[in-house]
Design a protein around this ligand. Structure first.
Ligand SMILES: C[S@@+](CC[C@H](N)C(=O)[O-])C[C@H]1O[C@@H](n2cnc3c(N)ncnc32)[C@H](O)[C@@H]1O
Length: 254
């Protein structure tokens, strides 16, 4: 599938389409194909619940996802949720450990999670920090995050339906997460970085994860062009089995 995707991408690029246009097109088609499989996933969800192999909360959240047209997390949750054993396309625990996040947070830390999807990642790390604001475009994902938040009785996370492009607040954050999202926001990269810069406290930390490197080949180069705003502390590769190869960078506000 990946080889076919690469081959098609080359042809589309030769025809003059941009990387973003190709990826959006692909996500649309891929989303449609995945939704055709929905009845099978719906049945599996129901079956596992009925035989007692799936909890009511997981069944409810999965049903919500499978009845939606959501692309970022189609038949499967985009993020796993370790405390309740929910599987996901992206491994929350592995990401948390590999991104070395614990080194930069404590009980006084205020975080902004941009495009935080179903919020499972932020809900998982909420126990380590003071507060997390999560801004997510998709209403269905926001609803799912809030359902889990209430179920888990988590009080220090606010999951908000907002377009980050228009997001403004008087608050300043100690840490900002921008995981696999900058290309979807619709801002030129430097404008996006400047917006984040203005939302951070002095010496605040930005964790920025690339998209799939096929569509984000200039990620590192772009980060190196942000020296006016940020100093790069570290750049690493991600290593999740189910996801693409990506880069993760830790940046400090200058
Ligand atoms: C690839 S997913 C990444 C999710 C999450 N950050 C992670 O890495 O686990 C991109 C997410 O960004 C959201 N998104 C896209 N454009 C957005 C925007 N303009 N404002 C807020 N969220 C947005 C999508 O709905 C989706 O949930």
């Amino acid at each position: 599938m990946n080889k076919l995707r690469k081959f098609l991408r080359k042809i589309f690029l030769k025809c003059g389409f941009s990387q973003e246009q190709i990826e959006k097109f692909y996500i649309n088609i891929y989303g449609k194909i995945k939704r055709i499989k929905n009845p099978f996933f719906k049945f599996t969800n129901y079956f596992l619940f009925k035989i007692g192999k799936r909890s009511k909360i997981e069944y409810d959240l999965k049903s919500k996802l499978l009845n939606s047209k959501e692309v970022f997390g189609d038949n499967e949750f985009y993020q796993s949720y370790p405390p309740l054993g929910f599987d996901g396309e992206r491994d929350t625990l592995l990401r948390f450990q590999n991104y070395n996040i614990k080194k930069y947070i404590n009980k006084n830390t205020n975080i902004l999670d941009i495009g935080g999807n179903i919020g499972f990642f932020s809900l998982y790390i909420s126990k380590y920090v003071k507060h997390i604001d999560l801004v997510e475009y998709s209403q269905v994902l926001v609803d799912m995050g809030n359902i889990l938040k209430d179920y888990e009785n988590i009080k220090n996370v606010s999951i908000m339906q907002k377009d980050f492009k228009n997001f403004c607040t008087d608050k300043k954050y100690d840490v900002i997460f921008s995981f696999a999202v900058h290309k979807w926001i619709g801002l030129p990269f430097l404008d996006y970085i400047e917006k984040i810069y203005n939302l951070l406290n002095k010496e605040g930390i930005l964790f920025i994860e690339s998209q799939n490197l096929d569509i984000d080949p200039d990620f590192e180069y772009n980060l190196n062009n942000c020296q006016k705003f940020f100093k790069i502390i570290n750049i690493n590769s991600t290593n999740e089995k189910k996801s693409y190869l990506r880069k993760i960078a830790i940046m400090k506000k200058v």
